[in-house]
Design a protein around this ligand. Structure first.
Ligand code: NAD
Ligand code: IPM
Ligand code: MN
Length: 354
């Protein structure tokens, strides 16, 4: 029986995971998949109350007892250091070596894009390196809180780390019959790290001769993703650049509220989370869009070996939107729970009709 660790986290994370859980349970029942969910209350509340973010034993349990994790979001204005998010979210990415951060962005309906041109069918898939770059915490401060303060935040790239994410992007492109992979970097300025990425990208790319490859500097990419996003298919980027362009790609395909992501070590561990954060500006207003989290359930089912069930969830998410059941970010007045209920009921009748 697959066991899933649910970590709702903070702010709207709790609100969207509640709906995602209902969807997962309905599908699990209909598929007789026997998915069991345990809710783990890691987040700002616990940190503020007990001073604990996540313990070594809890990490060990996540590693050994669960088939996957579904996380809402971590981030709370009362924790300006963001310490708990670093410990819990980055902790899982690093300790479980979830080196692929897969962020698919597809335009579900042409009117969802804020861009004025018809971008029907637009699909961008971002492969974000998830264990290196500026995220390792390597660095430090000298003479802190003085006028002579020095701060360092190292940008780490290893050949192994770059090679495995670039390979994952090309393998995905081959499997999905995508015809282009684009590297996003800043190798005109960051000669050392950028140079390594470019060399590895060429070496790996040569072994996928049927796939076109090109490279863009990240600043030009930010511009081009607005100007002609349809030119791009699969993008591969370092941790920080992948973080930034995935918010941009999510926005041009309908908004952050719709975007799911998978953090994966292929064959080992997986953590699913919407791309968005805890959105303190709308937390508690019942207006958060749960579709990013619900689409994570689709990715999770796919990962657990139920691709047809995953496709049903994705189709139900699209259907909810088309039926006009939309949260305010999509121009509607439905609540988070309304959207969850619509999808649950749609899936129930979908399964009842075979
Ligand atoms: P955010 O993604 O939380 O919000 C950005 C904007 O998008 C806000 O205006 C918000 O209202 C809107 N938005 C986000 N998700 C939405 C949804 N589902 N429905 C409707 N609107 C939505 O980014 P932020 O404001 O920069 O960050 C808030 C906190 O979340 C910070 O503490 C940050 O560190 C954290 N964060 C966590 C994660 C994560 O846990 N994976 C990801 C990003 C940010
Ligand atoms: C994301 C978030 C995280 C990141 C933060 C909350 C640590 O922005 O998942 O995109 O930077 O990776
Ligand atoms: Mn982000």
């Amino acid at each position: 029986m697959p066991r899933i660790a649910l970590i709702p986290g903070d702010g709207i994370g709790k609100e969207v995971v509640r709906e995602a859980r209902r969807v997962l349970e309905v599908v699990s029942e209909a598929e007789k998949a026997g998915v069991a969910c345990d809710e783990l209350a890691y987040g700002a509340e616990r940190f503020l109350r007990d001073g604990v973010t996540i313990t070594d034993d809890e990490f060990a349990a996540i590693e050994s007892e669960y088939d996957a994790v579904l996380l809402g979001a971590l981030g709370d204005p009362r924790v300006p250091s963001n310490q708990h998010a670093k410990d819990i979210l980055l902790g899982m990415r690093f300790r479980l070596d979830l080196y692929v951060n897969f962020r698919p962005c597809s335009l579900l309906a042409p009117e969802l894009s804020p861009l004025s041109r018809d971008l029907s069918g637009l699909r961008l898939e971002i492969f974000r390196e998830n264990t290196e770059g500026e995220y390792t915490g390597m660095g430090g401060s000298l003479r802190k809180h003085t006028a002579d303060e020095v701060a360092l935040e190292e940008n780490i790239a290893t050949r192994m780390g770059v090679e495995r994410i670039v390979t994952a992007a090309f393998e995905y492109a081959r499997a999905q019959r995508r015809t282009r992979v684009t590297l996003v970097d800043k190798s005109n300025v960051m000669r050392h790290v950028g140079g390594l990425w470019r060399r590895v990208f060429e070496e790996v790319g040569e072994t996928f001769p049927e796939i076109e490859r090109d490279a863009m500097y990240v600043d030009a990419m930010a511009m081009d993703l607005v100007r002609r996003p349809e030119r791009y298919q699969v993008l591969v980027a370092s941790n920080l650049f992948g973080d930034i362009i995935s918010d941009l790609a999510a926005e041009i395909t309908g908004g952050l509220g719709l975007a799911p992501s998978a953090n994966i070590h292929p064959g080992k561990h997986a953590l699913f989370e919407p791309v968005h954060g805890s959105a303190p500006d709308i937390a508690g207003t019942r207006t958060a869009n749960p579709l990013g989290a619900i689409r994570c359930v689709g990715l999770l089912l796919d990962h657990l070996g139920h691709p047809e069930a995953g496709a049903r969830v994705e189709a139900a998410a699209v259907a909810s939107f088309q039926a006009g059941c939309r949260t305010p970010d999509l121009g509607g007045d439905a609540s988070t729970e309304d959207v969850g209920t619509w999808i649950v009921e749609h899936l129930q009748s979908d399964y009842a009709n075979g």
